[in-house]
Design a protein around this ligand. Structure first.
Ligand SMILES: Cc1cc2nc3c(=O)[nH]c(=O)nc-3n(C[C@H](O)[C@H](O)[C@H](O)COP(=O)(O)OP(=O)(O)OC[C@H]3O[C@@H](n4cnc5c(N)ncnc54)[C@H](O)[C@@H]3O)c2cc1C
Length: 288
């Protein structure tokens, strides 16, 4: 590993000021689960690491029915998995975290880190996308908030500017009669994901008022299956319609062939995972 200077920031203001000073020469260090691997592989050569892990103002969960959920970027996967608040208000989040990596990685890895790392196989992004989440960035120049669907631009690339820190994830309160589910397929437990799908269904008088489907590991970035969603909206949803939507979703994916699976296999998996996630989301919508 190349030498670098380690700088620990104790406040968000301090972290922003260090980042503004060193810009492309610096990298933010949160849990280090992805970053340290890249450093060891000599794929990144920062002169400065700005450690934000110990900034208390980036580590919180606040919920209010009107404002929804606000989660600091340093919230770990494990904190999401174990949170009684999230189990009650957004049970799909702890459920998604249960299939992320190992307990060791979940203990250190953060929500902010996984989103900025932007690995297309990341599990939490599709779930956050169907929940209509937003990401808030801070820099010495101020703040900006974007929809999570705008965050990812390519494999391991986001719209974050070099002087910005992802500081908060915002999730609106779920409407009544809304169910959400996430499905992932890996060849081994906690192994590299071959494909993933998250679905959200909102019902009103038995009719699908809203549907959101997000796919991961089947395109350079997590994507919405917009045509499949459209097929579900405004109709009474049954198994036949879900099957049709799942077929359409697989045509919206753009998977690659790699050492883990062929593009064709990934396309077939999308059908299966969208069908399972949407059926579960529908059942949950009927009982909430
Ligand atoms: C063995 C292993 C298995 C894994 N399996 C899975 C899995 O099954 N599913 C899954 O989804 N993920 C998996 N991961 C990825 C894991 O979720 C991420 O490594 C972790 O969440 C990244 O968070 P971190 O805090 O460690 O980020 P870091 O490694 O510290 O940082 C990652 C990147 O984000 C930047 N960054 C971090 N925080 C911020 C911020 N707040 N603002 C701006 N930039 C920031 C860093 O500069 C760096 O570029 C696995 C990782 C490992 C090591």
């Amino acid at each position: 590993m190349r030498e670098f200077e380690y700088l620990r920031a104790n406040t968000l203001k301090e972290a922003c000021s260090l980042l503004s000073e060193y810009k492309e020469e610096a990298k933010i260090l949160a849990g280090g689960q992805s970053l340290l691997t890249l450093l060891k592989m000599d794929m990144l050569r920062p002169s400065y690491l700005i450690d934000i892990k110990f900034i208390p103002e980036l580590n919180y969960m606040d919920f209010d029915e009107k404002e929804g959920l606000k989660m600091g970027a340093l919230t770990t996967h494990r904190a999401v998995e174990k949170s009684p608040l999230l189990k009650e208000k957004f049970p799909v989040l702890p459920e998604t975290e249960l299939v992320v990596a190992s307990v060791q990685t979940r203990n250190w890895g953060t929500i902010g880190g996984t989103l900025v790392h932007a690995d297309p196989i990341g599990d939490i992004a599709p779930t956050l996308i169907v929940l209509d989440s937003k990401a808030k960035f801070t820099s010495v120049n101020g703040e900006r908030t974007i929809s999570l669907t705008e965050l990812f631009v390519d494999f391991f690339a986001t719209v974050i500017e070099e002087d910005e820190i992802l500081c908060e994830i915002q999730i609106p309160t779920l409407p009544a009669h809304t169910g959400v589910a996430y499905q992932k397929f890996s060849t081994i437990e906690a192994g590299i994901k071959i494909a993933g799908a998250a679905s959200l269904i909102s019902l009103e008088d038995g009719i699908c008022k809203d549907a959101k489907i997000a796919l991961s590991a089947v395109a350079p970035v997590p994507i919405r299956a917009l045509k499949a969603e459209e097929m579900l909206r405004g109709k009474p949803v049954d198994d036949k319609l879900i099957e049709q939507a799942a077929q359409i979703a697989s045509t919206e994916a753009d998977p690659v062939t790699d050492m883990h699976a062929t593009d064709e296999y990934r396309g077939e998996l999308v059908k299966v995972l969208v069908r399972r996630a949407t059926k579960t989301a529908l059942e949950r919508a009927k009982t909430t």
